[in-house]
Design a protein around this ligand. Structure first.
Ligand code: NI
Length: 142
């Protein structure tokens, strides 16, 4: 970790109490670590809104593998963007439903497009795109 800079922050007592409650619920032992994580989270999210640069994202999909052509349509889309698909994990949730977790990394615009396309495939029952950043960003911040 690079050199730390100490800052002071003024908060209303009620806001601080709420933050301390959040910290405890999330198992943080220091306010500093909780605040650093919140700052990094906001910066990663802000950066993900920029259409350029490298983007890393995780796509979570739940679907019924009996749905007509659904699995093959998801695979077709991933093959079409194969250079941004790093890896996929497939879990059979039960007799009908599948959970798929896919890691994407590449040009931000393409990663976002593929994530949106996968979520929009008819028959996907639940899903989310979780964005994070690549090595370069975290190297700059630590
Ligand atoms: Ni399955």
């Amino acid at each position: 970790m690079s050199e730390l800079t100490r800052i002071s922050v003024s908060l209303e007592a009620a806001l601080l109490a709420a933050f301390d409650g959040y910290m405890k619920a999330k198992s943080y032992t220091t306010r500093s670590e909780a605040i650093r994580d919140l700052i990094r989270d906001r910066l990663v999210r802000q950066q993900s809104e920029e259409p350029t640069g490298e983007q890393v994202a995780i796509v979570i999909l739940v679907y019924d593998h009996h749905a007509h052509d659904l699995a093959s349509r998801l695979i077709d889309k991933q093959h079409h963007h194969h250079h941004v698909v790093v890896s996929s994990l497939h879990v059979h949730l039960g007799e009908r439903h599948c959970l798929e977790v896919t890691v994407l990394r590449g040009p931000a615009a393409e990663v976002h497009q593929l994530g949106d396309e996968l979520l929009a495939v008819k028959g996907v029952l639940h899903g989310e795109v979780v964005v994070t950043s690549g090595e370069g960003v975290f190297n700059r911040w630590s």
